[in-house]
Design a protein around this ligand. Structure first.
Ligand code: ZN
Length: 696
């Protein structure tokens, strides 16, 4: 195993590692080298607890980061010689930003050079990885594929006419797996378009060319979203990051570096995310003022501030694993079960806004045997949501779906989308499809690829209710959010009956009514492909709600319960402490009065009218409660408002904020309620909608 440091901090080039060592936070150092050199001595870095990553280039400029394809064997030997001649390094990256024209062999202003397609990268990488691993003492080294340059569409090839850089990475990784040389680590680059710390967590996208991709730092998530299941436990190294065009590094401490490390640490804190082991700042060396850090003390201060945090390399980094089966190998109709004891669900492929409910491993298979998701199948549960988990968790049933959506818009997830659920199982035998009962079927869906069980390349979503039911608006909204999340993960744009299908299209014999006749397919596709999405709306409303005052409401508190029972309406303040003689009390203002109680005497809550409704009470405790209530600001509650009426009709409880405005594609008005966000397009008051908070 390579020397893995304790922290995710890192610097491109040697010279800046003192900052990490002085902070007591040893992280990573990236060194670039020409593979034709004889090797390097990195033992001092390793000795200090730093992790050395060496990026091996064939050359720079018109030589190309990789050689012409005729020289891949020689280049692989060159890399192995460099490794053999080096000390203290066991992590190697082969080439750099190979999707950029300027990195190709033979490129010049007039000559595009030899295009570095995923095929060529994989050929070259496979040879280099094999050669490096044959060097004595380096069998367990990490060899990583070249990081693509995000947002750069210069490399196009059949299957990727638009130069999609995310698909480019996905294709490289899949080709490497197919060649039996899966990378041991995955190298990425990411940047912001401008020197502004807020851009680090921006979800702004690439519209219109690549509307599903992030335009700023979170481009790393687009890459992580396509890493094949077989590589989801491999370490991820972000080996370059900085603010870039139109605003590069400046000698100002604006918190960009702190934000970047905070973002990665937050990503790593989510157990279902594939963790990122390194975030390496570009770069220490001088030469070009746009990216040098060694001459900018304010950036070094920002880096030191980031290193005040315990941002550690996440979890145990797994040792390299055997290659996954290649997609070109014949597939069994039933993927082989991994050996006992129990299979563990993929850690990724879990929707962040779905309720995770892992089911027994009899009812799903780990991994997709190299297959990619190519369609989403909609089902009807033919029963209540509460019955779905127990059914799928019953080891006798051999049935499951990835998700179920409730009539109230709640979403449960039972199987990672990286794993196979038993939603649409079919068997191909003697030239025909058989459904699970063995009945021959003529599926309507043209996406079936005999003899592959369609479970291998589909995601199944159940929907609460009966086939004849009309979906509730909440169900449509949740379905849209989920489809949009899946689209991002699996790179889908939905087309009805092509990659968004009903179970009946696969098993017309036994499932002619799944999901049922009242499902509005065109509406689903329009919403799922369109903007603004409920997810965008949710993100925006959440961001705007965070900027307005939100009243905390504890629906379990004695005062709130008392107010409910006595029909005193909604709280307008938080609980307020006050004292009478030596006794501690709390009070709280509701729309229908002021409620108070002696601390500890919770069964004895009382209320008093508001000062505008009655003269000061003679009872000393009641009058003290009124006086205490008048010390704080009361949130106004307009029980006649359209939002309030809508919220009551939908059981969303009391408001927690005033109304506020926000913008997605156009201007909206929103308000926070206990049960969710209520919102409406400005002027479209007949069409109020609501959406669950993302933590609900
Ligand atoms: Zn079904």
């Amino acid at each position: 195993m390579p020397n893995v440091p304790q922290y995710i901090f890192g610097m491109h080039d040697q010279g800046g590692e003192g900052l990490m060592l002085n902070a007591g936070k040893p992280g990573w150092v990236l060194v670039t080298a020409k593979a034709s050199d004889s090797g390097g001595d990195f033992s001092a870095l390793a000795g200090a607890g730093l992790g050395a990553i060496v990026r091996l280039n064939y050359g720079y400029g018109s030589d190309g980061t990789l050689p012409p394809s005729s020289q891949y064997d020689a280049f692989a030997q060159m890399c192995a010689n460099y490794v053999a001649g080096s000390r203290g390094a066991n992590i190697w990256i082969i080439g750099n930003e190979t999707n950029l024209r300027g990195e190709r062999p033979g490129n010049s202003d007039s000559n595009p050079g030899e295009v570095l397609t995923p095929d060529r990268i994989a050929q070259c990488f496979a040879k280099c990885r094999a050669a490096i691993k044959r060097v004595p003492g380096h069998a367990d080294d990490w060899v990583a594929t070249p990081p693509p340059g995000p947002w750069n569409p210069e490399t196009t090839y059949p299957g990727n006419p638009g130069g999609d850089w995310v698909k480019y990475l996905q294709d490289i990784l899949n080709q490497c797996i197919a060649l039996g040389q899966p990378p041991d680590a995955i190298a990425l680059h990411t940047y912001t378009h401008g020197f502004d710390a807020g851009l680090v967590s921006s979800d702004a996208n690439m519209a219109p060319g690549f509307p599903n991709y992030h335009y700023h730092f979170r481009a790393y998530r687009d890459f992580l979203g396509v890493i094949p299941g077989a590589l989801r436990s491999r370490p991820v190294l972000i080996t370059e990051t900085q603010p870039a065009d139109p605003g590069w590094w400046q000698n100002r401490k604006i918190g960009w570096i702190q934000a970047a490390y905070g973002e990665i640490n937050a990503w790593n804190a989510v157990p279902t995310n594939q963790p990122v082991q390194a975030l390496i700042l570009f770069r220490w060396e001088r030469g070009d003022n746009r990216w040098s850090i060694s001459d900018k003390s304010a950036l070094q201060d920002d880096f030191r501030a980031a290193m005040q945090n315990e941002y550690r390399v996440p979890r145990s980094v797994s040792a390299p694993q055997p290659a996954a089966p290649s997609p070109s190998q014949p597939q069994p109709t039933q993927p082989p079960k991994p050996p006992p004891p129990a299979q563990t669900p993929s850690t990724t492929g879990w929707c962040p806004f779905a309720k995770k409910r892992v089911i027994v491993d009899n009812n799903w298979d780990a991994g997709r045997s190299g297959q990619k998701v190519k369609a989403v199948v909609l089902h009807v549960a033919a029963g209540p949501m509460t019955a779905v988990f127990p059914t799928f968790n019953n080891p006798q049933r051999l049935a499951s779906a990835h998700f179920c959506i409730g009539k109230d818009g709640s979403i449960e997830q039972y199987v990672s989308t990286d794993d196979v659920a038993y939603g649409v199982g079919m068997k191909y035998a003697n030239g025909q499809w058989l459904n699970p009962r063995g009945v021959p079927c003529k599926p309507l869906w043209t996406g079936l690829t005999p003899p592959l069980n369609p479970n291998l390349h589909t995601i199944s979503i159940e929907h609460e209710g009966q086939p004849e039911d009309k979906w509730t608006p909440q169900m449509y909204d949740a379905n849209t959010r989920l489809l949009q999340w899946i689209a991002k993960q699996s790179n889908l744009t939905y087309v009805v009956h092509q990659n968004l299908i009903g179970h009946y299209e696969i098993d017309p014999a036994d499932r002619p009514n799944c999901p049922g006749p009242n499902v509005e397919w065109e509406r689903i596709v329009a919403d799922a492909n369109g903007t603004p999405s409920p997810q965008d709306t949710l993100d925006q409303i959440q961001a705007s709600a965070n900027e307005v005052y939100q009243l905390p409401i504890n629906v379990q508190s004695a005062l709130v319960k008392f107010a409910q029972v006595n029909k005193l309406g909604c709280p307008q303040t938080d609980e307020i402490g006050f004292a009478v003689s030596a006794d501690a009390y709390i009070c709280q203002v509701f729309s229908g009065g002021i409620v108070y109680v002696k601390k500890g005497d919770w069964g004895n809550v009382q209320s008093v009218k508001k000062p505008q409704d009655a003269p000061t009470p003679s009872d000393p405790v009641a009058s003290a409660a009124v006086a205490a209530a008048q010390q704080v600001k009361w949130m106004p509650i307009n029980t006649g408002s359209a939002f309030y009426k809508f919220a009551q009709a939908n059981n969303l409880g009391c408001p927690q904020s005033d109304e506020f405005e926000f913008t997605v594609d156009t201007d909206y008005v929103g308000q926070v309620y206990v049960g969710g966000f209520v919102y409406v397009k400005k002027g479209d008051w007949a069409n109020i909608k609501w959406i669950k908070k993302s933590d609900q």
